[in-house]
Design a protein around this ligand. Structure first.
Ligand code: NAD
Length: 455
């Protein structure tokens, strides 16, 4: 670990930023290698938690290819120094903003989209000229292995290196001084990381989680709403940071919506979900036990089946659970969906505001006033009107949280901005030098007069 760390620091010091043409070649090579290893990537993710092939193609590979293509197409344009108008006080000068890499970056990634959430920040970090160490999650070991294989094929260790391990490994890595840390994971670990890197004042981006509300009023198209909620919630078996965590449904349509969601689940996965290939498993016995415990002591509206050996938990609907229960107090991050009925908008506000600011918020309604009220009255990372989780796919939108759900954002040009900093350069001209600023000060009277233009 120390050797890789030292060699990367030295590499950045010696070489500074690799030329843009070199970086573009590396991005092309990365794309080619991912293409060559597609089957192995899908197999690795499947072996880690039986993620269906279709979900790996769309939510892992497609997202990564889109990000690579975007960077390959736009890097030169984004990288260009920006000339800004100069200040009269500095006359004559030319003023520029340069986008420069932070230097030596540490990326720590989670297990739930184990390929995409590791590679997407790597693309941004490498494209912008940083050196990177990636610490993938120990809970998706096969994907960690393929990540290491792909990245070691393309990069020298002093440029980009995977270091596999668990929390202890991450903790050792965080003892070292980094120029930038990019972390995706839970709020609790985000706080630990934030404290650890504070000693070096390390700039960082934290992509965290939270309880994402999904609010449905009485005007929503219930059948379509149910379908879109069931899809966004149960893809990846609910192990999605932006999945709806709980529903707030107008009491007049609550039962009807629950019935439609139940029907959607049945249509998507059939009657014997545990035998169905297109439904993922829970990542580990630890996470499985936590989810099973969250289900306890609630009367279930539908689902609730499980299989200890398979780490399988069925899509499960829970009507009006106790708001003080663990199910409603912690981020669920699994296929359990509480459905809570409300009568007034004040009740919605009371429940949503009782939690920290979420990563995502969804509203289903045909009423523009209601859509506006829900999206403007609450603070959250990003959201969707009349669908769930799809804001993630538009790489022209920033992706990130606010407050407890994260600091900073990424994707596309926002990744470019996250992995660079803006360096200001004023290029003063030498053909002319206004003498007024130099001591002995003989222009105080003149400046007093000039100051009135600034008051
Ligand atoms: P986690 O926080 O348990 O682990 C994430 C990473 O941190 C792993 O690599 C792990 O090894 C490391 N880690 C664990 N404990 C550590 C410690 N004490 N010190 C340093 N590193 C440590 O998260 P997870 O279980 O892998 O992922 C689930 C969580 O991540 C959920 O809360 C989810 O909402 C969030 N998440 C957020 C996003 C996002 O983009 N905002 C995306 C995916 C997941």
């Amino acid at each position: 670990m120390n050797q890789v760390y030292q060699s990367q620091r030295q590499h950045f010091k010696n070489q500074r930023t690799p030329h843009i043409s070199e970086r573009l070649v590396l991005l092309q090579k990365l794309k080619k290698s991912i293409k060559n290893n597609e089957a192995a990537i899908i197999k690795a993710i499947y072996n880690d938690f039986k993620k269906p092939e279709f979900e790996s193609l769309t939510t892992e590979l497609l997202v990564v290819y889109k990000e690579l293509n975007l960077f390959i197409k736009n890097l030169k344009k984004w990288q260009k120094p920006k000339k800004v108008s100069s200040d009269l006080i500095n006359f004559p000068s030319s003023d520029y903003i340069y986008n420069v890499p932070w230097g030596h970056v540490l990326v720590i990634s989670p297990w739930n989209y184990p390929f995409q959430l590791a590679i997407t920040p790597i693309i941004g970090a490498i494209a912008t000229g940083n050196t990177v160490v990636l610490k993938p999650s120990e809970y998706a070991p096969q994907t960690a292995q393929i990540l290491e294989h792909i990245l070691s094929e393309i990069f020298k260790a002093e440029h980009c290196q995977v270091i596999q391990g668990d929390a202890e490994t991450a903790d050792h890595l965080l003892d070292l001084k980094w120029d930038f840390v990019f972390f995706t994971g839970s709020v609790s670990v985000g706080k630990i990381i934030s404290q650890k890197i504070a000693k070096h004042l390390t700039p960082h981006c934290l992509e965290l989680g939270g309880k994402n509300p999904c609010i449905i009023d009485s005007t929503a198209d219930l059948k379509l709403t149910a379908k879109r909620i069931a899809w966004g919630k149960f893809i990846n078996a609910g192990q999605t940071c932006i999945a709806p965590d709980y529903l707030l449904v107008h009491h007049s349509v609550c039962k009807e919506l629950a019935q439609h969601i139940k029907s959607s689940i049945q249509k998507f996965y059939g009657d014997q979900i545990s035998l169905f290939d297109d439904y993922a498993r829970i990542i580990s016995p630890k996470h499985y036990k936590r989810l099973k415990k969250l289900m306890e002591n609630h009367s279930l509206y539908s689902g609730g089946d499980f299989d200890d050996k398979e780490l399988y938990i069925a899509p499960t609907l829970i009507l009006n659970p106790d708001l003080k229960s663990d199910l409603m107090q912690e981020e669920i991050f699994g296929p359990l969906l509480p459905i809570i009925s409300y009568e007034t908008n004040d009740e919605i506000a009371e429940i949503v505001n009782s939690f920290d600011k979420p990563l995502a918020l969804y509203v289903f309604s045909k009423d523009r006033g209601f859509q506006k009220e829900m999206t403007q009255n609450f603070d959250f990372g990003g959201g969707v009107i009349n669908d769930t989780i799809v804001h993630f796919v538009n790489d022209k939108l920033p992706f990130g949280g606010v407050g407890n759900s994260g600091i900073g954002n990424y994707h596309g040009q926002f990744s470019f901005a996250t992995f660079t900093r803006q360096k200001a350069i004023v290029h003063r001209k030498t053909y002319f030098d206004i003498p007024l600023k130099y001591p002995p000060y003989q222009s105080t009277g003149l400046f007093k007069k000039l100051l009135k233009f600034f008051r």
